[in-house]
Structure formats: structure tokens, C-alpha cells
Design a binder for this molecule. Structure first.
Ligand code: IMP
Ligand code: MG
Length: 431
């Protein structure tokens, strides 16, 4: 019953999509357990670029079973659109994609509320994707949410919809009349409901049967640990638990069935949206990373903020996720910079910190302490063997391993699966 959770150990966009796609070919099930269509996983398959927002990256691998667990918030319109996008490209989705009846639905009013919050006051903005994620999760924990199971029952759905619209009217009427929002939702309801019904099931039964049959399970996180609602840079976070522990609550699988957690980290750091980012570079070096790394949000198209590798961020993430092995992505992007740096501590006033702080005041005022290393030259993407890498590049990887106390199992460059080197031959998930 080997099962692996793949998580992002920075602020998302570490390159999980590619790693999941790579490992997914040896898995039977690929399961997403949190988030919604705020994610943006770029995968190259058959020479073509695909950006996945809601479906697991495993959907590109023919025949694999894919699951959207109870921990997700699902926009029925976005769901239909994404399934049809792949079906129109001859990728068969029906019959191997399962949606949890206990997942919550995102409706247009969640998106309106998301945008209202983002625009109401500059100081209150998070820089969200405006896909309605936060408001949908607020309803879930506030116990007014509408689950997929409820969405499928037309009478119950309308009752819950009216309760929600009434409750939210004071805010929503700033956008448009409630009657109009209701009409907007009901106009497509039948079609979206019938579409959703084909995929909806109690996924916990499916997963537990698969585990009993020793099927290989791959749990795919979206976003990253620094966007986790409990362990990230709160309140500048997403509203779910992208950490490995989220796989248990977000898929309904007991912790004893999780065998390993693989962390994915980028050789530098990026973040989309607002919030603290101690190693951010507002300089030519930052622009270099941004343009060479093509750092644009896959969902919103926003420029990603860029900075040096931050070992305090990654140590924090590895501690919370229990990570001993990681995949390192985009090392090739650092080529051309000299020196290259790793943040190994923060200075706040006269204090020195060696761990990422919980206090938002400390997070906002942390000044990085760097260790500098010589840069490297040459096109790493052309090299097929890690031992052929320039000494400086290999040393940088070793320094990261030392700084975060974990082993580098894979080095990934470029977007295609082929541009990946396996350093740890014992890594069982690729066999
Ligand atoms: P939300 O998830 O749309 O509520 O956005 C909350 C924060 O998480 C914002 O800073 C977003 O930019 C960020 N975020 C959400 N999804 C992703 C992602 O897939 N990659 C990177 N950042 C994300
Ligand atoms: Mg992304």
C-alpha cells in the first residue's frame, strides 16, 4: 500500500505539477485533498503545455484514477470547463475521475465576496486569486456551506441557496441585486448539477478499497506550506491545509496509510500575492529570476515576486511536513548570477533568528542573513548526469541539503519530464 504525499515547501509554484506528473506514471491513484481552482500546475505532456487548476496533474496520464477529495472547494462551472477542455483534446476523463460528495461547492456569490474583500480596503487585501476560495471555506467552517451531495439534491440546494443569499445580502447587494445573483446561479444549475453527478461519489470508500488492494496512492498538494492557513504567513495565506497532514483530513485517509512525504522546493523563492517575504529582491537580480524563470502566476498571470533561497522557510516547512527527501527545481535559472545566496538566519533589530517566526511583526521585519556562494556557468538543462554539473552548482545543492537537513532526491530543470535527474537511486517512487 505504498502512498506518497507531494507538497510544496515554499509559497507554492515550486514545480509540484511536473513532479507529480513524473511520479504519477507509477501510481494508480492521484488525489487532490485541498484548495480549488486557485491552483495553477503547469505540465508539459507530449510536447504541449497544459495548465491544470482543479484536476490532479495525473489526469494527463491515461488510465490513472484521479480523485478530488472532501477537502476541496469546487466551482461546478470551472469543473465542467476543465473536464471538457481535456476531453476536447482527446484525453478521456470520464470513468476515472471521482469527486467527493463531501467537498464544498463554490458559487458565484463566493467570488463576489472574495473580490469585495480584496477591494474594500487596500490594507485588508490578501492578493487572492478571486476564485471564491476563502468565502467558500468560511461557509464550510461556519456550517452554512453547500456540499456536492447537497448540490445534487435540487430542493435542498434551493433552500440552502436562499438561506445563504439572505444571510449575505447586506454585502452582496453592493455588487448586484440578490434576485439577479439567484437567477445567475439557477440559469446553469440543471446542466452543472447533471454534469457533476456523473463524477460524484463517496471517495473514502473508493480510496479505502484501493488501499486494501495495495494500489499506489499519490496525494498531490496545491499551493505551499507558507500558504497553509495554520502554518503559513497568516493572514496572507490560502484557506486550506496544503501540508501533508491535510491529506488525511482532506481525503479521508488515516495517517497510518501515508508512507512518505516528498517536499518540492525551488532553488530560489517566489510568491504571488501580498504578505511577508524576507528574501524578496527588488533589484536587477530579482528581475533576472523573474524573467529567466518565467515567473508569472499560472492562474492569474500576475508577476511572481522573486528572491533568494530561504533556508528558514524550508526548514519550517520540512519540520511541519516531516520531510527527509526533496525535489529541487529550477536550479538552471540561477545560472548567470554571481554570487548566489542562501538565507541562513534573520536579523530583527538586535536579535538574530534561526527559525521562521510565528509573529507577523517579526515576519514583516526580518532582514535576511546570507551565505554567499560562487555562481556557475553553462546550460545545466543539457546535462544528463549530475556529476557533470559545474562544481559550484553541485556545491549549492549540497549547501541546501545541509541548511535544511534533508536529502535531494531529484533535480528538475525545465518543464518537461525528461529534464529531471534522479540523485537518490533508492527513491522508490520512480520504480
Ligand atoms: P486564494 O487561495 O485565492 O484565497 O489566495 C490566497 C493567497 O494564496 C494569495 O496570495 C494567492 O496568490 C495565493 N495562492 C493561491 N493559490 C496559489 C497557487 O496555486 N500558487 C501560488 N499562490 C497561490
Ligand atoms: Mg502554481
Amino acid at each position: 500500500m505504498p502512498s506518497l504525499v507531494v507538497i510544496g515547501a515554499q509559497w507554492g509554484d515550486e514545480g509540484k505539477g511536473k513532479i507529480v506528473h513524473l511520479i504519477g506514471k507509477n501510481s494508480d491513484y492521484i488525489v487532490r485533498y485541498q484548495g480549488g481552482n486557485n491552483a495553477g500546475h503547469t505540465v508539459v505532456f507530449d510536447g504541449k503545455h497544459f495548465v491544470l487548476h482543479l484536476l490532479p496533474s495525473g489526469i494527463l496520464e491515461p488510465g490513472k484514477k484521479c480523485v478530488l477529495g472532501n477537502g476541496l472547494v469546487i466551482d461546478p462551472a470551472a469543473f465542467k470547463e476543465e473536464v471538457e477542455f481535456f476531453e476536447n483534446r482527446k484525453i478521456k476523463v470520464r470513468g476515472r475521475l471521482y469527486v467527493s460528495l463531501a467537498a464544498h461547492v463554490i458559487l458565484p456569490y463566493h467570488k463576489y465576496l472574495d473580490t469585495l474583500r480584496e477591494t474594500a480596503s487596500k490594507s485588508g487585501a490578501i492578493g487572492t486569486t478571486r476564485k471564491g476560495i476563502g468565502p467558500a471555506y468560511s461557509d464550510k467552517v461556519g456550517r452554512t456551506g453547500i456540499r456536492v451531495a447537497d448540490y445534487l439534491e435540487p430542493e435542498l440546494f434551493q433552500t440552502l441557496l436562499d438561506q445563504n443569499l439572505k444571510e449575505k445580502e447586506p454585502l452582496l447587494s453592493q455588487v448586484k441585486p440578490i434576485k439577479q445573483i439567484r437567477q445567475e446561479i439557477m440559469k446553469d444549475y440543471r446542466e452543472l448539477r447533471d454534469f457533476m453527478e456523473q463524477f460524484a461519489t463517496d471517495t473514502t470508500i473508493l480510496l479505502s478499497n484501493a488501499i486494501k488492494k495495495d494500489q499506489r496512492m499519490l496525494f498531490e498538494s496545491a499551493q505551499g506550506t507558507m500558504l497553509d492557513v495554520d502554518f503559513g504567513t497568516y493572514p496572507y495565506v490560502t484557506s486550506s491545509n496544503p501540508i501533508a497532514g491535510g491529506a488525511c483530513s482532506g481525503a479521508g485517509v488515516g495517517p497510518r496509510y501515508i508512507d512518505e512525504v516528498l517536499g518540492v522546493i525551488k532553488a530560489y523563492t517566489t510568491r504571488v500575492g501580498d504578505g511577508p517575504f524576507p528574501t524578496e529582491l527588488n533589484s536587477a537580480e530579482g528581475n533576472y529570476l523573474q524573467s529567466k524563470g518565467q515567473e508569472f502566476g499560472a492562474t492569474t498571470g500576475r508577476r511572481r515576486r522573486c528572491g533568494w533561497f530561504d533556508a528558514l522557510v524550508v526548514k519550517h516547512a520540512f519540520r511541519i511536513n516531516g520531510i527527509k527527501r526533496f525535489a529541487l527545481t529550477k536550479l538552471d535559472v540561477l545560472e548567470g548570477l554571481d554570487p548566489i545566496r542562501i538565507c541562513v538566519g534573520y536579523k530583527v533589530g538586535s536579535k538574530t533568528l534561526s527559525n521562521f517566526p510565528v509573529s507577523r511583526t517579526l515576519q514583516a521585519n526580518s532582514v535576511p542573513i546570507y551565505k554567499n556562494f560562487r555562481g556557475f556557468k553553462g546550460n545545466l538543462r543539457e546535462l544528463k548526469d549530475f556529476s557533470a554539473f559545474p562544481l559550484e552548482a553541485r556545491r549549492f545543492v549540497k549547501e541546501i541539503e545541509k541548511a535544511v537537513d534533508a536529502k535531494c532526491a531529484l533535480v528538475s530543470m525545465g518543464k518537461s519530464r525528461e529534464e529531471t535527474l534522479i540523485l537518490d537511486k533508492d527513491f522508490p517512487w520512480l520504480q
